[in-house]
Design a protein around this ligand. Sequence first.
Ligand code: ADP
Ligand code: MG
Length: 317
Amino acid sequence: MGEFELINQYFKRDTSGSSVVLGVGDDCSLLQLPAEKQLAISVDTLLADVHFPADGDPEAIAERALCVSLSDLAAMGAKPLWFTLALTLPEANEAWVSAFSRGLFRAANTYGCELVGGDTTRGPLSISVQVMGSVEPHLAMKRSGAAVGDLLFVSGTLGDGAAALAVLNGSIKVDDESSQYLSGRYYHPEPRLALAQTLAPLASAAIDVSDGLVADLGHICKASSVAATVFVERLPLSSAILKCAATPQQYQWALSGGDDYQLCFTVAPANIAQVEQLIAAGLDATNIGEITEGKGVHCRLIDHPFEIEGTGYNHFD
Ligand code: ADP
Ligand code: MG
């Protein structure tokens, strides 16, 4: 099957009646941004055997590729609208592309965004997804907005991504239920878009946790010229993690393991009561620390400094 047949069959679908004025098939797509909104845009590349196993399930790989990019929109408080896909394939394997396209559009439907273009080339398997969304200018959650006296929160549970990898590569053994939960968290990370919409008017800064809490929170600290203290005993851990490892390992996963795609955010004193109320009413977030004067991320376990082993993934280390 040729390049254009493949695009037409698996990556082109009807976009009439949406914000897509002109979709896949021309030199560019034409997109209509809602009035008074800013465009939020982000791209992520996933490489076979670096970010996912080359022989992994193509449906899950596609879903994951879109979801990790959408997580960046969530971290900015943006609503997803469109995405493009640059796909490099070793061969035009129709079964693979068909399953990939199924997973991709399933995630696109779930989160309400439309594929509006891309590029298809031959070479070692690689997937780049560029997402675009809209955000009200004063509601964007930048990394630079944290201030001394803000409280620090994280959504969901931390460490599941790292624990999932340990299960997938066979270095730990867990019961079937935990194994299923963890591999679900790894292959189907949930971009916290709805939560981000609730938080955008209340948070002073936010980032998504993709490289590990300490590494990503470090970016907020640097951009905001502040320090952060994390109270390790408060870290939210899933029951799967609590069952499958000893405490020091649980904390290491939660602090330095990647692939969680939760939101880490700060809240200024004026908004703390409102956020605490939302949490009491069921908002999926936990207060894990505070922003202080100084530099960097400091972890404490019941009043003692807590040393962590790694500080997140860096491609050039
Ligand atoms: P050009 O030569 O102008 O770059 P291409 O031949 O690369 O155009 O692509 C033709 C059309 O198909 C363009 O509209 C492009 O956006 C779209 N396209 C190519 N690959 C993909 C893909 N993997 N997913 C979605 N759209 C794609
Ligand atoms: Mg092209």
